[in-house]
Write a protein that binds this ligand. Sequence first.
Ligand SMILES: CC(C)(COP(=O)(O)OP(=O)(O)OC[C@H]1O[C@@H](n2cnc3c(N)ncnc32)[C@H](O)[C@@H]1OP(=O)(O)O)[C@@H](O)C(=O)NCCC(=O)NCCS
Length: 239
Amino acid sequence: MRIHEPEFKVRLATAADLAEVLSWLKSEWDGSSGFWGNRKMIQDGQQAGNLIVVGNESIQVSGFLLATDSSMDIMEVRPELQGRGLGSKLALQGLHRIEQSGRIGLVIQCQPSTSIPFWKRFGFHEVERGWADPEDHLEFAFPKVFELPASRPVTEVRVELSRSNGDVLKRGIFISKAVSIDDGRLQLAERIAAYVEDGDTTVAISVGGELVSSKKAKYSGAVGVEYAYPFIRLDAVYP
Ligand SMILES: CC(C)(COP(=O)(O)OP(=O)(O)OC[C@H]1O[C@@H](n2cnc3c(N)ncnc32)[C@H](O)[C@@H]1OP(=O)(O)O)[C@@H](O)C(=O)NCCC(=O)NCCS
């Protein structure tokens, strides 16, 4: 932050903020690139409480994010204010809202694709396949760490995700320590949350080196896997 500069804060966009966003987008519209073409969506988003802006006392609207409980749709920071952490403030707020809503993760489309390195810094990864244009689609699953009860034997849970042809997904192997808790479940030390393409992806779970389940994601509920297209989440295994 620069000295003497009023702090930039994120807030829900008012009607006046919306007017400022629209006038900014109109002024930079060159007929093809820019978000002026999305103005209807942005207007509707403001009315639905899905538009946030970042600004300070002197620059009321320095950037905006259109996002819901499940998606992040459009984001921009004024070009002259980029590279100063404002995009990160907006992105973190958007991610927090989605995490609070209980979603396992989200997929975003990066347009323009020049923003891909920005998102990768937050832990987003390119989706492996299954989308029309995978190159500009990134996925992110929310991590979580659990405190394991002390003085219980620790075992290792390994999860492998594979397609019906047997190919293991590029980001398809996860290992976590785990301990038995009182209801018989094995509580993981680290949540396994992953992009799986669809419910037909096989989720193979081994405990202490022994395979305990190998089923499609959509049929793995009994062993503790939660599937919500296109993600799975596993916090504890029911062996
Ligand atoms: C993408 C965008 C919102 C980022 O906003 P920003 O305010 O510049 O982002 P931040 O300052 O919080 O950047 C955080 C870090 O990411 C880096 N970063 C930001 N944009 C980047 C880019 N395009 N490529 C590589 N790194 C980038 C910054 O250098 C910064 O790194 P640092 O912490 O080491 O200094 C902004 O560049 C923008 O409005 N771009 C045009 C519209 C757009 O691409 N929207 C997103 C569509 S999905």
